[in-house]
Design a protein around this ligand. Structure first.
Ligand code: AMP
Length: 448
């Protein structure tokens, strides 16, 4: 076998496993993390889902674990924490594939489903536990889980963990782990909060950076379309039909927006389902299965639900609402062009979202090509020269809602004031760091 994976020091069994998966070459994150992990080092990886990071940690963990045989009942030697159930399930599925010929047992546990089958598996004994934080702590509190002999701790999608408010849970889990262990932390981005968290438990770690810039540019074609909010649905329907999309994912900002859009697509005879946090686990699993087997053409998702959706054949990503966090854009478009294929990502920018577009472009470091030759083109949504990143238009909350909010009144007031200040500044055509030249959009657009 002339497999480049060989040079990474993987065992014959694992080399056969990756070969039967059709992997010919290791991805950059695999190339850089597998050797130090096999040598027992801690690893801090800046890599998003889609880069092959699961194999990057699963293969060495499996290999090191298979070196020694457990005498007596199995106990948890590796703990992998995932922010979402979907990602946890997919990591579990990868462990099944890579570890098929090894005597290593794993179990995936997450909330929203009956705990009894999970408890039974734990009682029988497992080697690898893949878990979301909530259910993990629940079962620890019920004395069903002992983390006292964990040798590997993997924290996956750490940035999403923090976004979802899991920091306290993570800290609780860390306290329950033995001091001597190998640690891995993967995160798509590396803000200070993650760097601090990493610093709190990684030791003498190797840092690997497969940053979004390198990922997004390659195989993903990106297009921005300027459109009125009210025309987005028609633009989407038009594109799905025109490009005969069979496997596409549409991102909306809210769960409600996702549900509404599915109904609207249905009226246009487009087969779509929504996937978001308010859906039951069985509804999510069913939606994903239908999407994977091709019976559902379009998945309408919110950001959190989409994390970990690992479907190789996604040809189209539609940013129906532009994300307000620029990093989410990178995660979203990473759903396409996976496993060596190409894909296209459309972004619909309406009159309230041009500031988000600026933020996204600052993050990725270039201006996304605009598609202006379409029926719904709306030049009013094009960013103004010198416009600042961020929110530019905000619906004022109703009085009723404002009374219900827990935030101190001054907070929302000062936030509004800041927005106004930004708006005023941007209107003064101040040049901005990355996009000081006159926007191509303004030059190209045929004002409608
Ligand atoms: P991940 O980033 O772990 O979610 O992996 C993304 C996708 O890439 C999965 O579908 C993997 O099966 C696939 N993959 C992982 N490693 C490789 C590789 N070396 N070559 C080709 N595909 C891979």
């Amino acid at each position: 076998m002339t497999n480049n994976f060989e040079s990474l020091g993987l065992s014959k069994t694992l080399l056969e496993a990756v070969e039967s998966e059709g992997y010919t070459n290791p991805t950059p994150v695999q190339e850089q993390s597998i050797p130090p992990l096999l040598a027992g080092r801690d690893v801090l990886g800046v890599a998003q889902t889609g880069t092959g990071k699961t194999a990057a940690f699963a293969l060495p963990v499996l290999q090191i674990m298979s070196r020694s045989k457990t005498k007596g009942k199995r106990y948890i030697k590796a703990l992998i924490l995932s922010p979402t159930r979907e990602l946890a399930a997919q990591i579990g599925e990868r462990f099944s594939v890579y570890g098929e010929h090894l005597n290593i047992k794993h179990k995936v546990i997450f909330g929203g489903v009956n705990q009894n089958p999970q408890v039974r598996s734990l009682q029988k004994g497992i080697d690898v536990l893949i878990a979301t934080p909530g259910r993990l702590l629940d079962l620890i509190n019920q004395n069903h889980i002992d983390l006292g002999r964990v040798e590997f701790f993997v924290l996956d999608e750490a940035d999403r963990m923090l976004d979802m408010g899991f920091i306290r849970d993570i800290k609780k889990v860390l306290k329950l782990l033995p001091k001597k262990r190998q640690n891995l932390l993967f995160s798509a981005t590396m803000p200070k909060s993650i760097a601090n968290l990493a610093g709190s438990f990684l030791h003498n770690q190797i840092m690997i950076d497969v940053s979004p810039k390198e990922i997004t540019v390659d195989r993903i074609k990106q297009k921005i379309m300027f459109v009125r909010k009210a025309d987005k649905r028609r633009l989407l329907t038009h594109l799905i039909k025109q490009e005969k999309v069979r496997c596409g994912i549409v991102f909306t900002r809210t769960k409600h927006g996702a549900n509404r859009l599915v109904k609207q697509l249905d009226q246009s005879r487009i087969n779509a389902v929504a996937i978001h946090g308010n859906k039951s686990q069985s509804a999510r699993t069913k939606a994903l299965a239908g999407f994977k087997d091709g019976s559902i053409a379009i998945l309408v998702a919110t950001d959190i639900a989409s994390r970990g959706i690992d479907v190789d054949g996604i040809t189209h990503v539609f940013n129906y609402d532009l994300p307000n966090e620029p990093e989410s854009y990178v995660h979203r478009i990473g759903r396409t062009a996976r496993a060596g294929r190409s894909g296209i990502a459309y972004g619909f920018c309406d009159e309230s979202e041009s500031g988000y577009l600026i933020g996204i472009q600052q993050l990725i470091g270039y201006e996304i090509d605009a598609e202006v030759n379409h029926e719904f083109h709306f030049s009013g949504a094009i960013p103004k020269p010198g416009q600042k990143p961020g929110k530019i238009k905000e619906k004022k909350p109703s009085n009723k809602k404002r009374q219900n909010t827990n935030k101190p009144k001054n907070y929302s007031k000062s936030k509004r004031n800041n927005n106004t200040t930004n708006r005023n500044k941007s209107q003064q055509s101040r040049s901005n760091k990355n996009f000081s030249r006159k926007s191509n959009y303004s030059r190209n657009s045929n004002n409608r």
